[in-house]
Design a protein around this ligand. Structure first.
Ligand code: DX5
Ligand code: ZN
Length: 214
């Protein structure tokens, strides 16, 4: 089954509770955390995750676009994240392994994220300790960017390694997913689709979520 994770980066932050309720038909709620250092934008932090936790039953899929996420993963778990993903580019391999272990130690699901310029192989050291792998199909930092179709070979390779070595691991894509590109990412093996502007820009949000399932 294909899961949809609307990104609240495209929501109206002045009406966040209303906009979270509008995506109740989805599977996860995607929360983009940016620190102004790992990416050139600053968004949501720990207190906002804790506030969101109180107004939705959806699992919170927290995408950390921050340097050395090891420092904060436990706090995000305690604030109510259900899934926490960290970028492989944000620290050493050893510290990324430690971050995944800390997330698991909190009883939460953990994963790694690959930027567009990072090869599929960068996920291999973490494959056995991940519940989810996230492939960026735009440069992280902003919503509403153009989908990078050239990421599909990377997605296909990750899908085959996941099927061989850790079949319960989910494969997520983030960036430029819309009613057309969703078909491409599903065909390439993704099973969790993040969508910000395509969901929040739709007239009929539940209808759009259905459409994105392919
Ligand atoms: C970008 C974020 C995405 C963003 C996706 O750095 O990680 O989650 O919200 O937005 P769309 O779906 O509009 O590309
Ligand atoms: Zn994201």
């Amino acid at each position: 089954m294909i899961k949809i994770a609307p990104s609240i980066l495209s929501a109206d932050f002045a009406n966040l509770e209303r906009d979270i309720r509008r995506v109740a038909a989805a599977d996860y709620l995607h929360v983009d955390v940016m620190d102004g250092s790992f990416v050139p934008n600053i968004t949501i932090g720990i207190p906002v995750v804790a506030a969101i936790r109180k107004v939705t039953e959806l699992p919170l899929d927290v995408h950390l676009m921050i340097d050395r996420p090891l420092r904060y993963v436990e706090q995000f778990c305690q604030a109510g994240a259900d899934i926490v993903t960290v970028h492989v580019e944000a620290d050493t391999q050893e510290n990324t392994q430690r971050a995944l272990a800390l997330i698991h130690g909190q009883g939460k699901r953990a994963g790694v994220v690959l930027k567009p310029g990072t090869p599929a192989e960068a996920a291999l050291p973490f494959l056995d300790s991940c519940d989810i792998i996230l492939v960026m199909t735009v440069e992280p930092g902003f919503g509403g960017q153009k989908f990078m179709a050239d990421m599909m070979p990377k997605l296909e390779r990750l899908r085959s390694w996941i099927d061989e070595r850790n079949p319960s691991c989910e494969l997520e894509v983030d960036g430029g997913v819309d009613p057309v590109t969703c078909k491409t990412v599903i065909a390439s093996g993704a099973n969790v689709l993040v969508a910000g502007s395509a969901v929040y820009g739709a007239e009929d949000i539940p209808g759009r979520i259905r459409e994105l399932r392919g």
